[in-house]
Design a protein around this ligand. Structure first.
Ligand SMILES: Nc1nc2c(c(=O)[nH]1)N[C@H]1C(S)=C(S)[C@@H](COP(=O)(O)O)O[C@H]1N2
Ligand SMILES: [Mo]
Length: 305
């Protein structure tokens, strides 16, 4: 199952037939746009034609970052993340699981199927990118550990190594950075652990060696450089909610109709669009509503923001 950096289907050579033969790519393609029409769109030329899903450059993706452990400036992570040791790396998986333990990153990678997912990425600050992630489904990792019946949520924690993370000298957040998902959100096939970008190991400033990506939620849910995953019965605390509960809820689904208390979420600025580029409308669930809206049936999304 180890298809680490040798994914046989790449952005440039995938054909529509090959897409049909690959269930997971099919999901990604449908999520990227409008069903069958989007199937061809992940092939190289057609992808470029669908301007909306043209990936940002690696330079953009690795130079405009939020990773407050290295400072709050957008260029701080690129400047300081090299201080973080990411090898060896292991993840402690515990709580309501059948096989709790410390899992070495390399052992995880040997068991997971890595594939490419081209996703829109929308920060709560109203900027966005399109990022060609490589990663595996979080569900596969959770199933490896064995989810117990009573588990309803998944809690995540980032590395906290103060001598390697200059930003942690400042009490901007209550370190370590923590995040959480409801179990059904965590098990959803769109939810991935990203381990690469553009078929290269993920850069430290993007959350090496593995970070969460939940494409229908604001970017801060996509917690970086994960060292602990805990299955719980109760909703876990999250860093931004602890910092400001009025502004940042547990769900944090992208929603153009629910404004941040200090700015509108109706539209967004695509990074790399240039100084005079038009802002573009933000889509409900960041454009992934067909796949995920049913997770929230009956919920008041203004209350559960
Ligand atoms: N540990 C940790 N994870 C984090 C953050 C952070 O400061 N620390 N920032 C979040 C925010 S606000 C965003 S928008 C994304 C940015 O991801 P990127 O830099 O890879 O684009 O990471 C999220 N994950
Ligand atoms: Mo963000």
């Amino acid at each position: 199952m180890a298809r680490r950096w040798t994914n046989d289907l790449t952005r440039n050579d995938v054909t529509p037939e090959a897409v049909f033969l690959n269930r997971r790519r099919l999901i990604a393609a449908m999520a990227a746009g409008t069903g069958a029409a989007a199937l061809g769109s992940i092939a190289g030329p057609a992808l470029a034609a669908q301007g909306d899903m043209t990936p940002n450059t690696l330079e953009e993706i690795t130079s405009y970052n939020n990773f407050y452990e290295f400072g709050t400036g957008k260029d701080d992570p690129r400047e300081y993340a090299h201080l973080m040791t990411t090898s060896p790396w292991s993840v402690e998986i515990g709580g309501l699981v059948e096989r709790p333990g410390t899992y070495a990153f390399d052992d995880i990678m040997a068991k997971m199927t890595v594939e490419e997912r081209i996703y829109r990425f929308r920060c709560v600050e109203a900027w966005s990118m399109v990022i060609p992630w490589n990663g595996f489904e979080l569900a596969d990792l959770l199933n490896m550990a064995g989810v117990q019946d009573g588990a309803k949520y998944v809690a995540f924690q980032t590395l906290l190594r103060r001598d390697e993370m200059p930003g942690t000298r400042y009490p901007v957040l209550d370190w370590p950075y923590v995040e959480g998902l409801r179990l059904d959100e965590a098990m959803h096939p769109l939810t991935i652990m990203a381990t690469g970008i553009y078929d290269k190991p993920i850069a430290k400033q993007n959350g090496a060696p593995m970070r969460l990506v939940v494409p229908w939620k604001y970017g801060f849910k996509s917690i970086k450089s994960i060292v602990r995953i805990t299955l719980t019965a109760d909703e876990p605390p999250t860093s931004w909610n602890k910092a400001n509960a009025r502004e940042y809820g547990f769900y944090s689904n992208v929603n153009p109709e629910v404004s941040h208390p200090r700015w509108s979420q109706a539209n967004e600025r695509r990074i790399g669009g240039g100084l005079f580029a038009r802002r573009q409308p933000t889509e409900m669930f960041n454009g992934y509503g067909a796949e995920v809206a049913s997770l929230y049936t009956g919920m008041d999304l203004a209350k559960n923001f």
